[in-house]
Design a protein around this ligand. Structure first.
Ligand code: GCU
Length: 724
């Protein structure tokens, strides 16, 4: 090689080295998490492919929704591709992204996709690489504008997660109709079971002042296909139904309409008495029904697309039809009749556990509601929590899924982590929700999954839906813990399509929220996927549940006194010298019989009952032999120790990402993991010590356990290194 060539290559190598060192040294800018999964970070490897394909953005239509689509695409292209991303209504025969509906876009109309678009429905969409007059184009089309908006977010997700867009052929439609958040927000700005600041709704300022967060919120929901929000607590304040508040609610509805987000309200059953001055709220009294009809008409005058009412009745002190000797169906139907002329629905909660129904809380809702199956109006649905108790770390699916053959049921999930570490512990709910959605009810033979019940394939429900108690508040990052954002995201994605995998959803979220670096994504996804089982292990493994006090956070198995026995912990674990757990088998209180065969048989038999539900369905001696060959006591010790270890593993994994994740978010998550690791040890020691007084056996950490002391040392070393 000539001397000059050698010199040149040395020069290039030095330059490259300089660039590498420089980029390694360039600090990663802090992020506060406010942009959630809609950060639109610069595109990586495929940026040129994207730029070539999207030389123009063509959005036709003259509506607020089409303007939102245009703005979203323009700002995304700007930051992802560094191109001005101007939006036009004219195509000009360039490789372009064309978005719209057949009625707003001639280009789309001329593609003749009408039959397919009709099939996908107004919220569904097609994204396809095709050509118009021999020019390559990418088309996002829907028969409805909201479908075009959802398609836009889907397309942007492909870009954000680094997918190729050359040969796209995507058809999507939501599997269930109603995909709602339930806010447990009070009118004083507090949030029941909220862990991320105050309520987003500034009631003192509405309707005049409109906080920009209202539209941010609607946009975020639209990005995952959430199409409604019940904005006030199920423990409802009746004032929400006054004209003063309805005007405020209407202002939110106006802002949210172009995003496809409809407003719903929690209604207090006694409102006719409290607001209407009637003597009674008896649903069979004509004056009561008339009051609700007039109230519904008033609401629809202000909010023409109002979604309907959510009702918590005769539950935890709330008023309801049973106060007048009427049934839940009679109460729900009266409200359904008031809403029906306007197209609204009633979501009647099955979270009821009156003590006179059955001694076991687990059985009560099923007994009450199956008796009423078939007696609800077509626009009334029964909203059922995923498990029979109350959002415990792990519960078997509620037997009302499959049990209600003629009455539609909605699933109520909970993104806010009431019993799952609140906003302090990293617990990804995607895996928990998938276990629930994929559970086979056998209602109509094998394959009758909970998901299938919910989407109307098991029974032909006229209305289908999945809702989640919401987790955002006024915290800068919306959800308190950065990883709690993933639960909002996962809820939306699973409500859209319950067949998606928890892993895919975790990966999408990690790519959009943090980085597209494959190694980092793997690490984050692994953390997320193991986090739920980890939490269960260090809090309530092997079917244990409700081992808490009223804060629903810290361990309190000794809690044996409360206003109601079913608010204690003892009611659920019954630990004594002879063993632990509740006998819900056929020989016990027969709760298993609420499930279809063979599920009931599987839960009934010690041979076949999954050990993850063992103490839910069975009472076992402390020396009962587990499948592992260990005694129940040893297995319990093993679970608690393993859980605490796994929490420390989460921490170690996150520590390994220091310098890859921006420092602010990294530290904020690390700080919470520190709490989580300490809490996990507290849970382990507290619970085992408490149960030991009954088991009278030594607390035996499993042999392979690395002691927590080592982990702590590691954590401290890391902290010194990272300067925190
Ligand atoms: C749980 C929760 C309450 C809530 C109730 C409900 O018990 O702790 O705060 O009101 O569920 O779902 O109605």
């Amino acid at each position: 090689m000539k001397k000059s060539a050698l010199l040149l290559s040395a020069f290039i190598a030095a330059g490259l080295l300089f660039l590498c060192c420089k980029s390694a040294d360039t600090p990663i800018p802090d992020e506060d998490g406010h942009r959630l999964w809609l950060r639109y970070a610069p595109a990586g490897k495929l940026a040129d492919q994207y730029r070539n394909a999207i030389q123009r953005i063509v959005v036709t239509g003259d509506s607020d929704t089409s303007r939102i689509i245009g703005r979203e695409l323009a700002s995304a292209m700007d930051t992802m591709l560094g191109s001005p991303g101007s939006v036009d209504t004219a195509w000009q025969k360039k490789p372009a992204l064309i978005v719209g509906t057949p009625s707003t876009s001639d280009l789309i109309h001329n593609l003749n996709w009408d039959a397919e678009l009709a099939e996908a429905g107004p919220e569904g969409f097609i994204i396809r690489s095709t050509s118009i007059e021999n020019h390559p184009v990418t088309v996002i089309a829907s028969s409805g504008e909201i479908g075009a908006l959802y398609g836009t977010f889907h397309f942007l997700r492909l870009l954000q997660t680094g997918q190729p867009i050359r040969d796209l052929s995507v058809t999507e439609r939501p599997r269930v109709q109603f995909r709602l958040l339930n806010h447990w927000d009070n009118l004083d700005g507090s949030i029941e079971r909220g862990y991320a600041g105050r309520s987003l709704w500034q009631w003192g300022e509405l309707p005049g002042k409109r906080d920009p967060r209202y539209t941010d919120y609607a946009r975020v929901n639209a990005s995952v296909g959430i199409n409604g929000a019940v904005i006030n607590n199920v423990n409802a304040d009746v004032r929400i139904l006054t004209e003063e508040y309805l005007l405020k609610v209407a202002a939110l509805a106006d802002l949210w309409r172009p995003y496809g987000l409809r407003v719903y309200l929690s209604a207090k059953f006694s409102a006719p008495v409290q607001l209407g001055g009637l003597q009674t709220a008896d649903p069979l009294e004509p004056e009561v029904a008339d009051w609700w009809k007039a109230k519904a008409a008033e609401i629809y005058r202000l909010i023409p697309d109002f979604g309907g009412f959510l009702v918590k009745a005769n539950s935890e002190g709330q008023p309801g039809p049973k106060d007048y000797g009427r049934t839940h169906a009679e109460g729900a139907n009266m409200l359904a009749d008031a809403l029906a002329p306007h197209g609204g629905i009633v979501m009647w909660r099955a979270f009821v556990y009156d003590q006179d129904v059955d001694p076991d809380r687990v059985k009560r809702a099923y007994i009450e509601f199956t008796k009423l199956d078939g007696r609800f109006r077509r626009n009334a649905v029964v909203q059922v929590k995923n498990g029979p108790i109350d959002f415990q770390p792990r519960e078997p699916f509620h037997p009302l899924f499959g049990g209600m053959k003629q009455t539609p049921v909605f699933a109520e999930l909970q993104a806010t982590q009431e019993y799952l570490g609140q906003a302090k512990h990293l617990v990804y709910h995607g895996t928990m929700w998938k276990e629930f959605l994929d559970s086979d009810t056998y209602a109509k033979g094998a394959g009758s999954t909970v998901g299938g019940v919910l989407d109307g394939t098991v029974y032909p429900y006229p209305v289908t839906g999945i809702v989640s108690v919401a987790n955002p508040g006024t915290d800068t990052n919306w959800c308190g813990h950065h990883f709690s954002q993933a639960n909002w995201y996962a809820f939306g994605r699973l409500a859209w399509n319950h067949r998606l995998s928890a892993g895919q959803i975790a990966e999408e979220w990690a790519r959009m929220t943090f980085t597209n670096d494959d190694g980092t994504v793997d690490a984050i996804r692994d953390m997320m996927l193991s986090s739920w089982e980890t939490f269960v292990s260090y809090t309530m493994p092997l079917g244990l549940h409700h081992l808490i006090g009223t804060d629903h956070y810290a361990p309190m198995p000794e809690n044996d006194r409360a206003r109601r026995s079913d608010w204690t912990a003892f009611y659920y674990h019954r630990a004594a010298a002879d063993g632990i757990g509740v006998d819900r088998t056929r020989k016990g209180n027969k709760a298993v019989e609420q499930y279809f065969p063979p599920v009931c048989d599987r839960f009934d038999s010690l041979e076949t009952c999954p050990e993850k539900f063992l103490l839910w369905f069975h009472r076992c001696a402390w020396n009962y032999r587990m499948k592992s060959g260990l005694t129940l006591w040893q297995e319990l010790c093993g679970k608690y120790y393993a859980g605490a270890e796994q929490a420390a593993d989460l921490q170690a994994k996150w520590q390994s990402l220091a310098g890859i994740i921006d420092p602010r978010r990294h530290k904020e998550v690390a700080d919470r993991l520190e709490i989580q690791v300490e809490d996990a040890v507290k849970w382990r020691d507290h619970i085992l010590k408490y149960f030991q007084q009954y088991s009278q056996m030594p607390i035996e950490p499993p042999k392979q356990a690395i002691t927590y002391g080592h982990r702590r040392l590691y954590a401290n070393r890391y902290k010194t290194r990272a300067g925190i």
